[in-house]
Ligand binder design. Structure first.
Ligand SMILES: [Zn+2]
Length: 325
């Protein structure tokens, strides 16, 4: 198409005995003018020609993906996060408002690994949204539950995984909104550098804990990636599951109490998004500290300093170090 137009212009310029370049420039200018007019039109008739100038409607399922996407996109997109800060991601159910946002979306950024399976039920045949699983390419850790091996969804507790997720978000935005590609790529690059810095800071904080004390007992099994990344050992969980939907048996709780005493564990870490009642009882029985505001499945409220993934990782590291030192 472009080749034919160029040939046509060259042949016209040859017949008129004028140089081709000014004609090309003039035609280019005219089309640019038409393009601008189309973009500024509000009557909806120019939807096709101005598609690439429209703000992308993006839905992110989890609070972590919402936070990472904010870092990459800044104010270039219309972003709706579905799971709010403080909610239990394992038992989340979307509201009717969420369903409307999903219906309007051009792009849905989902977590996968069993944390947002509800998205499959909410999508309708006519929905046009592109769906991207942001955890694609992350090496998953597994856990043994009731004799079965299950994938652990809590990948965001390792900054290396967050960097993969940032790249996946940037690639998805680049593809659907190439006009802002340079912004997305630059923001992704900068945030990955910040995550590298966060990794070093978290490691320095964890290194202040005496090696014999680097043992974690959490409310549910959410910190395996964190422990693996920073040299801690997860010795047990009050709910012995990577999901909060499981119920511990009396034997589970008795066995954990034995482990806490035998391993001389200093504290139990319950999460901000989960009722700490059972963990508190267990901590009292074992005579150890309870920390009930660790970020396992959630991030902090806006302005808390833990409303970003890097801020959350640092907040957790400080709480863990304070309790285990
Ligand atoms: Zn969880």
């Amino acid at each position: 198409m472009k080749k034919i137009s160029a040939l046509l212009i060259l042949s016209i310029s040859a017949r008129l005995r004028v140089p081709a370049l000014p004609i090309l420039a003039l035609i280019g200018f005219t089309f640019a003018g038409v393009g601008l007019a189309a973009c500024s039109s509000d009557d909806g008739t120019s939807a096709n020609t101005s598609a690439q100038h429209q703000t992308l409607n993006v839905v992110a399922t989890t609070v972590q993906i919402t936070a990472l996407t904010k870092q990459v996109a800044g104010d270039k997109i219309q972003l709706t996060g579905i799971i709010p800060p403080g909610a239990d991601a394992h038992e989340f159910e979307p509201t009717s408002g969420d369903l409307q946002a999903i219906e309007r979306a051009d792009l849905i950024l989902r977590h996968g690994i069993g944390l947002d399976d509800w998205i499959d039920d909410t999508l309708k045949a006519g929905d046009h949204a592109e769906i991207v699983t942001v955890t694609e390419g992350v090496a998953l850790r597994t856990a043994e539950e009731d004799g079965k091996t299950v994938d652990d969804p809590h990948v965001w507790h390792d900054p290396a995984n967050d960097k993969i997720m940032v790249d996946n978000v940037a690639a998805a935005l680049d593809k659907l909104d190439s006009t802002n590609k340079s912004t997305y790529d630059a923001n992704a690059f900068a945030y990955k550098a910040q995550l590298d810095d966060t990794r070093e800071q978290v490691q320095a904080i964890i290194n202040t804990i005496p090696p014999a004390n680097r043992k974690l007992v959490t409310n549910h099994d959410a910190l395996s990636y964190f422990a693996n990344a920073f040299g801690l050992q997860v010795v047990g969980a009050v709910i012995p599951s990577v999901s909060t939907e499981a119920e511990p048996s009396a034997q589970d709780t008795a066995a954990l109490l034995d482990v806490i005493r035998r391993e001389q564990v200093k504290a139990i870490f319950a999460e901000s998004s989960i009722n700490p009642k059972l963990a508190t009882t267990l901590a009292n029985d074992a005579g150890v500290r309870i920390i009930d505001d660790l970020y396992g499945d959630s991030l902090g409220e806006p302005g808390s300093g833990a409303d970003t993934v890097d801020g959350m990782l640092l907040a957790n590291a400080r709480k863990i170090a304070d309790a285990l030192k």
